[in-house]
Ligand binder design. Structure first.
Ligand SMILES: *[C@@H]1O[C@H](CO)[C@@H](O)[C@H](O)[C@H]1NC(C)=O
Ligand SMILES: *[C@@H]1O[C@H](CO)[C@@H](O)[C@H](O)[C@H]1NC(C)=O
Ligand SMILES: *[C@@H]1O[C@H](CO)[C@@H](O)[C@H](O)[C@H]1NC(C)=O
Ligand SMILES: *[C@@H]1O[C@H](CO)[C@@H](O)[C@H](O)[C@H]1NC(C)=O
Length: 485
């Protein structure tokens, strides 16, 4: 805008009642690969009204600056290949500058200034005379929000509701420009059929139902999907419901009223299936068995209809250690212990009577098996031939333990055998050598004695010869020296 223009604007604003102004959102988020809408309306000075005509009005967008030469990114009458793709959907002559840009990418990040041109009217709205918009391009869509309502009231922290209460899960999402518009979908694990209602305008989706034990620990996930040209972008939020059983309501609902004849059927639920057990109003267990733990459903029926209610049979029992628990030892000792109990047991390892914990040479890992089982494994990096290892399972109902015999492993046993065999061979060799030595000795002694015999026979002659021999000269000499002293 030239100085002359500025002065002109200033004069007009001073004289007139209506000023230049614009209404734009300050911050706009746009999904990369999608579109973005800038909601926009503007006002001009009264004297310029006659200039703003449908045939002349041109909307321009300047980005990161107000120079028409350098910062122009869009011209509604003169699209350029290097400009942003889009259109002004508002009617400019009605002062509606609402604009949509397509194929949004990171180049769209920035500050946007609107400029109106129509005849003598040429005006750029800046912070001083109006407003500017900042577009922030994001790669993934914002997450939707799932809220839980029980009897129309929002449930805050614990996602806990009472069985029989009316529950509503509301998924709401902020929507970004997209064609086709984004959609909300519900999914649950395990799959449960629920009635849902959606309101596309605000992008809200409600899941309304009456809480039953079937919804206990079920995770409900709400997903927002943007269908873009090359791919779908999604974001999700989930909630896991905890349904509390209320025995009072249930027992009332199955009481027969007056003389109405009711037929009762008891069934057991497992993995979503119902297995009929017996008829009659009472289900009795003569001996309880941990296997009988679970949900039981009672159905009361008469000609007017049926009613059903469920009850959880929770059988508590002391821990039991599975016979499959075992140890393998070698350079390292590795033992597994599997314990089952209700309430779910805790497991401890004892080495020579002392509890062991995770350390540099001992590694313990645990894994829950269902709601009652626990499997623990211990790996000990030291040789353990003279220590006892014990696995101890505990819950409020009792304690169970198993002692592991740390026997030599099969590998070590063969080594041991080999050592024994070698020792035996060496021993035998020693024995043989000894026997040979002794035998040879005896033989030699025998040989010697015969030789001696023969020698003894000849010895007499030799002795006589010696005796007959004259005294040696040496002896004689010695005697002589003695005389001289
Ligand atoms: C401006 O035009 C858009 C259509 O592009 C419309 O949705 C919006 O309601 C209009 N705004 C006003 C204030 O008329
Ligand atoms: C679901 O429940 C909510 C609030 O509890 C309510 O506003 C909404 O109208 C209900 N929707 C249907 C389809 O019943
Ligand atoms: C996007 O989702 C729609 C509907 O779920 C599906 O029909 C389409 O094939 C998906 N497109 C891609 C690219 O995955
Ligand atoms: C032992 O440590 C490992 C990893 O550091 C961990 O996964 C495991 O749960 C620990 N065990 C116990 C009983 O704390």
């Amino acid at each position: 805008m030239s100085v002359a223009e500025k002065v002109f604007v200033f004069l007009l604003q001073g004289v007139c009642c209506r000023k230049y102004s614009i209404s734009l959102p300050e911050k706009i988020e746009a999904l990369s690969g999608s579109c973005v809408i800038i909601k926009c309306t503007f006002e001009i000075v009264e004297d310029m009204e006659k200039e703003l005509t449908e045939s002349d009005a041109t909307g321009l967008w300047l980005k990161d600056g107000t120079s028409v030469n350098n910062n122009l990114v869009f011209n509604s009458r003169d699209p350029k290949p290097n400009h942003f793709k889009g259109e002004i959907t508002g009617k400019l002559h009605e002062k509606n500058c609402t604009t949509i840009f397509y194929d949004v990418n990171s180049n769209h990040n920035g500050k946007y200034y609107f400029r109106i041109e129509s005849g003598a009217l040429r005006y750029t709205y800046t912070k001083i005379t109006g407003n500017i918009s900042t577009i922030n391009v994001i790669e993934s869509p914002p997450k939707p929000t799932v809220k839980l309502y029980e009897e129309q009231k929002e449930v805050q922290d614990q996602e806990e509701v009472l069985e029989g209460s009316s529950v509503s899960l509301r998924c709401s999402a902020e929507t970004l420009c997209s064609s086709p518009p984004p959609t909300l979908t519900w999914s649950s694990t395990p799959r449960i059929l629920l009635s849902k209602s959606s309101r596309q305008q605000e992008l809200i989706s409600d899941l309304n139902f009456t809480a039953t034990h079937r919804h206990h620990r079920v995770t409900f996930t709400c997903t927002i999907t943007y269908q873009l040209l090359d791919k779908n972008k999604t974001a999700q939020d989930s909630i896991t419901l905890h349904v509390q059983y209320s025995p009072k309501n249930t027992s009332v609902s199955v009481l027969p009223s007056g003389s109405v004849l009711l037929n009762y059927t008891w069934s057991r639920e497992s993995e979503g299936h119902l297995k009929q057990l017996q008829t009659g109003d009472t289900l009795t267990f003569n001996r309880t068995d941990p296997k009988q733990r679970g949900w039981y459903q009672c159905t009361a029926q008469n000609k007017h209809g049926t009613q059903e209610s469920s009850v959880m049979l929770d059988i508590q029992y002391a821990p039991q250690i599975s016979t499959s628990s075992s140890c393998v030892s070698g350079d390292v000792t590795e033992c597994f212990c599997e314990v089952d109990g209700n309430p779910s047991p805790e497991l401890e390892w004892h080495l020579s009577g002392r509890p062991v914990t995770n350390s540099s040479d001992t590694f313990i890992s645990e894994e829950r098996l269902g709601s009652t089982g626990l499997r623990s494994s211990i790996t000990i990096h030291q040789s353990l031939t003279h220590t006892s290892l014990q696995c101890v399972g505990r819950n409020t109902r009792g304690t169970a333990s198993q002692l592991f015999q740390l026997n030599l492993s099969p590998l070590q046993f063969t080594e041991y055998q080999q050592v024994t065999v070698s020792l035996l061979i060496i021993l035998m060799l020693i024995l043989v050598l000894y026997a040979l030595t002794v035998g040879l000795g005896i033989y030699k002694i025998r040989q010697l004695s015969t030789k001696l015999k023969a020698q003894n026979e000849a010895a007499d002659t030799y002795a006589s010869l010696q005796l007959s021999a004259p005294p040696s000269e040496y002896e004689t000499l010695n005697i002589k020296r003695d005389d001289t002293l």
